[in-house]
Design a protein around this ligand. Structure first.
Ligand code: BGC
Length: 449
């Protein structure tokens, strides 16, 4: 018993976080290019201008993937590199860049897993209201059509969106681009984003690609009641799951409409977006796969709404004695069960992101970063994935976030998730100890964890 032979071992990145060349070869500005320039919005004041410079280093970066032995590479297209103002002229240099990436991946036997939208809306479209403007469905369809025409069946897995909750964070909470703090507008934006998703899936189907598959990537951070036997904690966790977390997307996509609790909340607070006839049918368009980003489990306590965030394998375990005994890694099983039982979601699942971050990492005497904690994290995680696969859960792949340290949105360069470091001035890639560990995991198809 072990991982199936065709298990999709991979790594993930996104355009704004690794490409750099933010204003080169005709690329238009994205909302993150602009937002990052506002003082105080990004932790260290950095911008996506350079990041890992993948735009100029494709050969070197794909060679690193080859060395790692991955079966797939998950990346995203930059909308404003392809359509600088979002809807007008196509930038041929932008298309040529992604053509080159796909060709290099093909030469090296690496399957492309591509995200159409990973948070970087063309700024020109934000000026027209962004996702809050229902016209965004037409903008998104145009962009998707350009991509499907150019690359359709050369991509193995197409994801319409990455973590749509980023739109909620950026429109309601304000600490992601575009930096708005208006929940009513955010709820409209979410509804329109879901329509963009459904319409793009319909468009994809109209091509009848013989191989390519389509899905969406959602991060499922499950909220648990901190005290398992406390009804108020349980109610708060349920509320957060349904109205402020994954339920906002999974219910409309897989069940249909907003959940009862979510609908009540939206109606009672005057937040219900305008819904037109047929919207929920469009949003529920059947998919081929589900991309799961798994990073967190959150524990809610009703009084004072204390939330303990378990990123990085449950750091809270050390700091808060009241949650002793909770093992973060096991939340993956609960998440798989939530998907199946609450959302009737039985599609093949690719874990499209999962990773460990550290703030400071120093190289040892041999020049290699000895990231033991990251290795432990991957081992613990993959032990759970393996058990679930053996039990018949439909997990078909695992992509580590990320192959290299990169630009972490509002956190700038603060957190390092990579299997490889990026040298400050030369931008050379320097594999960490975990790189060798993961390479061996892939080589042995998960036999040696
Ligand atoms: C996002 C990535 C991000 C990662 C680590 C995910 O939420 O999709 O873009 O870098 O988490 O924070």
């Amino acid at each position: 018993m072990s991982f199936p032979k065709d298990f999709l071992w991979g790594v993930s990145t996104s355009a704004a976080q690794v490409e750099g060349a933010a204003r080169e070869d005709g690329k238009g500005l994205s909302i993150w290019d602009v937002y990052a320039c506002i003082p105080g919005m990004v932790y260290d004041g950095s911008t996506p201008e350079v990041t890992c410079d993948e735009y100029h280093r494709l050969e070197e970066h794909v060679a690193l993937l080859k060395k790692l032995g991955v079966k797939c590479y998950r990346f995203s297209f930059s909308w404003s590199r392809i359509l600088p103002d979002g809807i007008g002229e196509v930038n041929e240099k932008g298309l040529a860049y992604y053509r080159k990436l796909l060709d290099l991946l093909k030469e090296n036997g690496i399957a492309p897993v591509a995200t159409i939208y990973h948070w970087d809306l063309p700024y020109a479209l934000q000026l027209m209201g962004g996702f809050g403007n229902r016209e965004c469905v037409q903008w998104f369809l145009r962009y998707a059509k350009v991509l499907f025409d150019a690359f359709g069946d050369d991509v193995a897995y197409w994801a319409t969106f990455n973590e749509p909750i980023a739109v909620y964070v950026g429109y309601a909470l304000g600490f992601f681009a575009p930096g708005l703090k208006n929940e009513r507008y955010a709820r409209r934006a979410i509804h329109h984003l879901l329509l963009c998703h459904g319409e793009a899936v319909k468009l994809f189907r109209s091509y009848h690609f013989p191989r390519a598959k389509v899905g969406i990537v959602v991060d499922v951070w499950h909220h648990y009641p901190l005290r398992a036997d406390n009804a108020d904690d349980a109610a708060l966790a349920d509320f957060n799951n349904q109205t402020a977390g994954y339920g906002m997307f999974l219910h409309p996509i897989f069940v249909g409409g907003y959940s009862k609790l979510c609908t009540e909340y939206l109606e009672q607070n005057g937040l219900m977006p305008p819904v037109e006839e047929g919207d929920f049918d469009t949003i529920k368009e059947p998919l081929d796969f589900f991309g799961l980003n798994f990073y967190n489990a959150i524990y809610d306590r009703a009084e004072g709404e204390v939330r303990l965030d378990g990123k990085n394998g449950g750091n809270f375990q050390q700091s808060d004695p009241s949650v002793q005994g909770i093992v973060f890694y096991d939340a993956l099983r609960d998440v798989m069960n939530v998907l199946q039982t609450q959302y009737d979601m039985h599609l093949p699942v690719i874990i499209t992101e999962n990773g460990y971050s550290a703030e400071t990492e120093r190289a040892g005497e041999d020049g290699v970063i000895d990231d033991e904690e990251r290795i432990k994290y991957i081992r613990e995680m993959l032990t759970r994935v393996k058990a679930l696969v053996e039990e018949g859960y439909p997990i078909k792949g695992y992509c580590y976030w990320s192959v290299m340290d990169n630009w972490e949105w509002s956190a700038g360069y603060r957190y390092h998730y990579g299997l490889a470091a990026v040298e400050k001035d030369s931008l050379a890639l320097i594999p960490k100890r975990s790189f060798g560990y993961y390479a061996n995991v892939i080589k042995t198809n998960g036999e040696e964890l």
